[in-house]
Structures are given as structure tokens and as C-alpha cells.
Write a protein that binds this ligand. Sequence first.
Ligand code: GDD
Ligand code: MG
Length: 334
Amino acid sequence: MHAVVLVGGFGTRLRPLTLATPKPLLPIANLPLLERLMASLARGGVTDAVLSLGFKPEPFLLAFPSNVCAGVRLTYAVEDRPLDTAGAIGFAARQADIHKRGETFIVANGDVLTDLDIAALIKFHKSTGAQATIHLTPVEDPSQYGVVETDPQGRVLRFVEKPSPGETTSRNVNGGTYIFESSALERMPGVAPMSIERETFPDLVKDGQLFGYATPDYWIDAGRPDTYVRANIELLQRESIHEVEAISKGAQIAKSATMSHSVVGQNCKVGENCQIVRSVLLAGAIIDEGAVVVDSAVMGHVGSFARVNSCLIGIDGEIRSGAVLRDAKVPDAS
Ligand code: GDD
Ligand code: MG
């Protein structure tokens, strides 16, 4: 089975981390997010995937030099300008000749981690005969997602992207994994920007051709600062990865430093008496003596005795000794 994986966004919410590394290549417990996503697609029967790229294609080509990721054969479709989600799918699917194969195919947002059983989603899709099926997941606050209302059989009655308060009472949101019949590509010419959430899904709803399949499986969109850090920490719990195994070889951690629920990438240095709590130290991060890092992701340098809480520190980020920071992005990249 073929898949289109959307990885061409700017990763704006994860700046400054994404100025150095595109969002799907950021590590989740020391393995690129895309590799974890691709492994779950492979489990669902995906053999071939086209990466729908725009912004920064080079790091993807370098990351998978043999054009294989988690056993899935990769091809690349590089946009010369951002085509938005439906434009990107239409363009990438044609680059990979999916439109000629006449087969059911999968689309996945490149920043989602889920235990969804993709084979079960495909089975449900086939049982309805619809042109498209969306995986749905329940959330407490749907304002950051595409909210979906269905009838009891799962037929989508309404799709509202990023609703305002009170616009809908549904808590089931678009989980970012879709099954399409190739006929749906007629709705996505792939030559100009088009949004799947704001144009194609509402169109499919009008024609009664869109179904939703809700599951209680683990699901997270790792594309926001808090969820990026949380996706890492939760993966340790979900896979029962021992604290020590979350520390890459080659990292230097002082004996007096304390680490809890945290991940440490290659060549990181953590000084004496540091406390690292529910945080992600990406490859090369340096934390000086006595610093305290909580609920944060760090690529750069945290000076001695600094206290950093709920922050993203980019590759050029320098936190001076003794500084106290909360909810900050360094360097400021908003
Ligand atoms: N190739 C390409 N070109 N990819 C793009 C473009 C583009 O112009 N714009 C966005 N993408 C990719 C992103 O890289 C990402 O993998 C995916 O499309 C979704 O974009 P996000 O920016 O992560 O969207 P979101 O998280 O705000 O919302 C989307 O995902 C939610 C679930 O995680 C929507 O699909 C929501 O409806 C959904 O609930
Ligand atoms: Mg997202």
C-alpha cells in the first residue's frame, strides 16, 4: 500500500528548534519522529511512501540516504511553493503515480504519534464504500484541531477546522491519518494551494463521501512546545524505557546530576548538581553546573545555576548563568 506523508510545513510553533531541524526529523526519545510514524504505517501494510516536502527538503534526503525508512521505500515530492495540505497531497500523489494505480491509499500528517491500528481503519473504510475516512481521536480542548461531527454510523456531518468557542460540541477531532480512494484525487488537482481541512473535507461532507473512525488509542500531535516534550516523556512510559536507556551513548552526565523522566541525546553534557526534569536534551545540548531544566527542550547551552521552565532553547540559544526563564523561546523566534 502507498502513503503520502505530509512533512512540508514550517514547524512554526516549534521554533527555534525547527530552524535547525524540520519538525518530522526532531527526535522522540532519540529516534526521529518520522521514523516512529513510518514504523506504524509499515505495521498497517504501507510499503511505499512519498514524502510531501517543501520547506527544507535537504535534511530529509540526508537522513535517509538509502531512501528507506523503517522498512518503507521512500520517494520525494518537493513543492516549489507551499501548496497547503490538499495541494500537497494532490501534487505528491501524482509525483508518485498513485493516481494511476487506482488503489486505496493512506495520508498521514508528519507530526502525529499514535497506536492506531491502521489495518482496522482501512477495514472500516472499505466497509462504508466512502471516498475518504478520517481517523478521529477524542480531546478535551478541540480548539487547536479539526473538529468532526458524525452520525452513529460514522458518516461525517460537519468538519470545522480550529473552531471558535461554542462553534461545536463535538470532542472528536481529526487525528491526521486518512484513507482515500484514488478517485478522491480528482478533488485535489495539486497545482495550487488548497486546504484539505477547509476545502476538500467540507466538499466530501456535502457529497456524503467522508466517514470518521474514532478510536481510544494513544494519540499526540507533537507539533506544539508542550506536546513535543510530552510526546518524548510519554514514549518512555509507553515503551517502558528505563531512565538509563533514555540517555544516548556519548552523553556526559555528572554523577551528582539528577535526571527524571527525561531524554538525553548524543554528545550532551550535563554538569554537577544539575536537575533535569521531564525534559528533552537534543544532541549536543550543554547544561552547566547547578542548572535546573524542567518541562523544556534544549538544543543549545544553559549556563550554570540557571533555571529554565517550559522553554524551547534552539541550537544558538544561550541562557546566561543564573538566569530564570519560564515559557520562553530562545533565541526568540516567534
Ligand atoms: N507539503 C506540505 N506543504 N506540507 C504541509 C503544508 C504545505 O504547504 N502545510 C502543512 N503541511 C504539513 C505539516 O508539515 C504537517 O505534517 C501537516 O501538514 C499538518 O500541518 P500542521 O501545521 O501540523 O497542522 P495542525 O497540527 O495545526 O492541524 C492539523 O493536524 C491536526 C491533528 O494533528 C489538521 O489536519 C487538523 O485538522 C488536525 O486535527
Ligand atoms: Mg500538527
